[in-house]
Design a protein around this ligand. Structure first.
Ligand code: KG4
Ligand code: ZN
Length: 394
């Protein structure tokens, strides 16, 4: 069977066609066609996604992306009924005007060619995004021994820890109380005058600062003597330039007893830091070294918090498999520190990150989740009942 998958929850118009080569829980898939049309250039000037524009762009892009994917998959539109067994469509969470464009598009195809629709939760898609690797075919690890599993889902709209006793058995054990991790990256990037999306930009600067720090780290002991109360002397080393300014940001809720997160206070701490630095020198942000230092301390704060809570949950729930998904899972430092801490804590678990091309929003992940939804009889009987649900939860 073949699945047509459509994703329009935010600023990416994604369409994919997957062929299920082997059915059942040990399903094997082949990607016949896949395209994501990004709207980044359009939203860039707003420093974030502008819903009305996202809607307009999805409406314009959907038929073009579909045509391209059909061509790649060698599917003729007149054979659609014969070729496609189900349409998987993201119904939430996300921006409702954007979600509706995909839903309306999917309904039109469904009605015209009499193909059933399976609604998909976008976050469930991010969980399944770990399976496709290099090449066009991939299979699902269906071994029951992988459970209990834990999913850390980190994107522009979400930061949550999901406990899974099995596929489709979700229990949210923690989430952000305010901003999502990706949202914080985007907002801090904006404060530093960096373009949207901010995650990759901050990460790049932070890495540059880590490289700058290598010679300084050699004098870490000296710094430890100067700041004897600091747990992490390297984080309060003076800026390589910028007037010897020291930068230290909070790790909000890192030691709270629950599995919740909070990134809004951290974002405000960066705002005040920049304000104070600018009072001393209005042009301070022209100094790339200052930006690098802020980016590194901010990235450290976010990643340390995410990793600390994830490791705590792995221990408490005796997790066998860790899945990390969502846009922020592209962050190299998150991957590095997560694997380092797993090793340091001697945790014998399997860890999955999506391949880089699937960390962001795409329709392949929606197609996989849609196939299992189809198998679990989640086909929609009445097309009018399909609604965009901006706050849909797992
Ligand atoms: O999953 P996604 O593509 O869209 C949503 O569903 O929100 O996630 C987008 C988010 C943005 O906030 C972006 O800044 C962030 O993922 N992101 C990153 C990185 N790449 C993308 N954050 C940190 N480091 C990265 N390398
Ligand atoms: Zn997403």
């Amino acid at each position: 069977m073949k699945i047509l998958a459509i994703e329009t929850s935010c600023d990416d118009t994604g369409i994919a066609i997957l062929e299920v080569k082997k059915e059942g829980s040990e399903a094997k898939f082949k990607i016949l066609g896949n395209k994501v049309s990004s709207q980044i250039d359009i939203h860039k000037e707003y420093g974030g996604v502008f819903p009305a524009l996202a809607k307009r762009e999805h409406i314009k892009n959907l038929p073009l992306v579909l045509e391209k994917v059909f061509k790649d998959a060698k599917i003729k539109i007149e054979n659609l009924k014969k070729e496609i067994g189900a349409i998987a469509i993201t119904t939430g969470p996300g921006l409702e005007p954007a979600l509706w464009t995909g839903i309306v598009f999917a309904k039109e195809i469904s009605q015209k060619y009499n193909i059933p629709i399976v609604p998909v939760n976008h976050m469930e898609g991010h969980i399944f995004s770990i399976f496709p690797k290099k090449g066009k075919t991939f299979k699902i690890d269906s071994d029951k021994k992988i459970f209990p599993a834990l999913s850390l889902l980190v994107s522009g709209g979400h930061t949550e820890l999901i406990l899974m006793k099995n596929w489709f058995k979700y229990k949210k054990i923690g989430q952000t109380r305010d901003d999502a991790a990706g949202e914080a990256f985007d907002k801090v990037a904006r404060m530093l005058g960096l373009p949207y999306p901010g995650g990759p930009e901050i990460s790049r600067l932070a890495n540059e600062e880590r490289i700058n720090l290598i010679p300084l780290l050699l004098t870490k002991e000296k710094a430890g003597k100067r700041f004897p109360n600091s747990k992490n002397p390297s984080s309060i080393l003076p800026l390589a330039s910028g007037g010897g300014t020291q930068i230290q940001l909070p790790r909000p809720m890192i030691y709270s007893k629950d599995y919740d997160f909070s990134f809004s206070g951290l974002k405000t701490a960066v705002l005040y830091l920049i304000r104070d630095l600018k009072e001393k020198n209005p042009n301070i942000l022209n100094d790339i070294k200052v930006k690098q230092k802020i980016a590194r301390e901010f990235e450290d704060a976010v990643i340390e918090t995410l990793v600390h809570k994830t490791i705590k949950a792995i221990k408490e729930y005796k997790i066998k498999t860790l899945i990390v998904g969502g846009g922020v899972s592209a962050n190299d430092y998150l991957q590095k520190i997560m694997l380092k801490k797993i090793k340091e804590n001697k945790l014998k678990i399997k860890t999955y990150f999506p391949s880089k091309s699937l960390t962001g929003d795409n329709a392949i992940m929606i197609g996989i989740a849609g196939y299992f939804g189809y198998k679990n009889k989640k086909i929609v009987k009445n097309l009018n009942s399909i609604k965009a649900q901006g706050n849909l939860s797992l």
